[in-house]
Design a protein around this ligand. Structure first.
Ligand SMILES: [Cu+2]
Length: 176
């Protein structure tokens, strides 16, 4: 009879764990191919959903490539690495997507960006509605709705926990 108690405890904590995991994803840039010249980053990025709180991980051989964050779409298009916001070169670089908007990354190795080693990441506010791609560069979108999906996740998590506790207490009379 002790088994039931253990099973319900494991089940309810598992659901909470899964709920927490789903709220922030980690995206390995380029998928299994990683941050490499041969990877098709535009098709990789279009298949992904980037939310506030998610992380990007750039995986590559340190020394061969690097990661440079660019400040504008025009710098991204022309591979102008001179106006970079940030640069990383460990080979396992983690970038946190802290707010909605578009971010631009390119490889800092000479010639690589021109060969397509660059990626544009559009971070969504976290709500279900898709944000229309606006040509203006001004970031006027508010971050007020950024925590809505996290809130839903925690509600789902606590409801699952409640269900677990409830079924546990229902079983209690038989157990003791
Ligand atoms: Cu490179």
């Amino acid at each position: 009879m002790e088994n039931y108690r253990a099973i319900f405890f494991v089940l309810s904590s598992l659901v909470c764990f899964v709920g927490k995991q789903a709220s922030a994803a980690q995206h390995a840039v380029g998928g299994s191919q990683g941050w490499d010249e041969s990877t098709d980053f535009s098709s990789w990025a279009s298949a992904q959903k980037f939310k506030v709180g998610d992380q990007l991980v750039f995986k590559y051989s340190s020394g061969l490539h690097s990661v440079v964050e660019l400040g504008s779409e025009s710098a991204y298009k022309s591979c102008d690495l001179g106006s970079s916001l940030d640069s990383m070169s460990t080979g396992n670089d983690v970038v946190k997507l802290g707010k909605p908007g578009t971010r631009f990354f390119a490889c800092g190795t000479a010639g690589h960006c021109g060969h397509g080693m660059k990626v544009k990441i559009t971070v969504d506010s976290g709500s279900a509605a898709s944000t229309p791609a606006s040509p203006s560069t001004s970031s006027s979108s508010s971050s007020s709705s950024s925590s809505s999906s996290d809130a839903v996740q925690s509600v789902v998590g606590s409801m699952a926990l409640l269900a677990g506790v409830l079924s546990l207490s229902l079983l209690m009379p038989q157990l003791v």
